[in-house]
Design a binder for this molecule. Sequence first.
Ligand SMILES: C[S@@+](CC[C@H](N)C(=O)[O-])C[C@H]1O[C@@H](n2cnc3c(N)ncnc32)[C@H](O)[C@@H]1O
Length: 260
Amino acid sequence: MTHSQYIFGFHAITSRLRQHPDSIKEIYLDTNRHDQRARDLMSLAETTSTRLILCEQDRLCKMTGTTRHQGVAAHVTKLRRYATLEDLLEGLTEPALLLVLDGVKDPHNLGACLRVADAFGVHAVVVPKDRAVGLSATVHKVASGAVDTVPFFAVTNLARTLRELKEMGLWIVGTAADAPDTLDSVTLTRPLAWVLGAEDGGMRRLTREACDLLVSIPMSGSIESLNVSVSAGICLFETFRQHSQRTGSGLNVPAPKNAV
Ligand SMILES: C[S@@+](CC[C@H](N)C(=O)[O-])C[C@H]1O[C@@H](n2cnc3c(N)ncnc32)[C@H](O)[C@@H]1O
């Protein structure tokens, strides 16, 4: 198993530099980039005493396996922050909120899910080890830094993990476009794990059976289902909204223009 990898893109690398500078072995920057973004990155690298190497575009393409690296890549060690999900849950001082993805294969979808997970205060994202995308360089790029802020667990047996989470007091809420209960009809302020399915087949049977409840996001168009990251965003926003309402923390949403 490899303990290091390359990540790319300004957001992903700046975030890693801010959150975990010690995990960066070196940064590679396109020798032709002299713009403000490149200068900001160079000064951040200097502040954190991180080695920065100027190199040609070709080398960046080879390192990252893509041409969409934005002229910057970093060789990093993989982060290990919690030994187990149980460790993480035991340390929480607020109701647990997990995002479980049952076999998401597209790195763009996983990256977007991590990004919304960060936005709405998810404590961890959980995925199965097999037949699912891991934290690849593309996921780092799409997640815009959320890989470094949201703990990520790849588990061997997802259905078993869901049963263990249930024993730890979490409510397991699965999602499917054809579920009879709708998102707006459920109270989401207790400790819970949202479970979303894969792009092609949705949740697997055993995953579905491990859920306490299945809910759907009401839709009025002609398409049968939403993209998984869009669904995650909607479910997590509703959870965040209900928590804010309950604690009175408010959502900081500006009043509509025509409000009287
Ligand atoms: C692209 S959909 C999967 C569609 C798949 N054909 C199926 O049979 O479920 C990916 C995931 O997004 C979520 N999802 C999509 N549309 C949804 C909806 N209207 N309500 C609830 N969840 C939805 C579910 O978690 C689903 O498994």
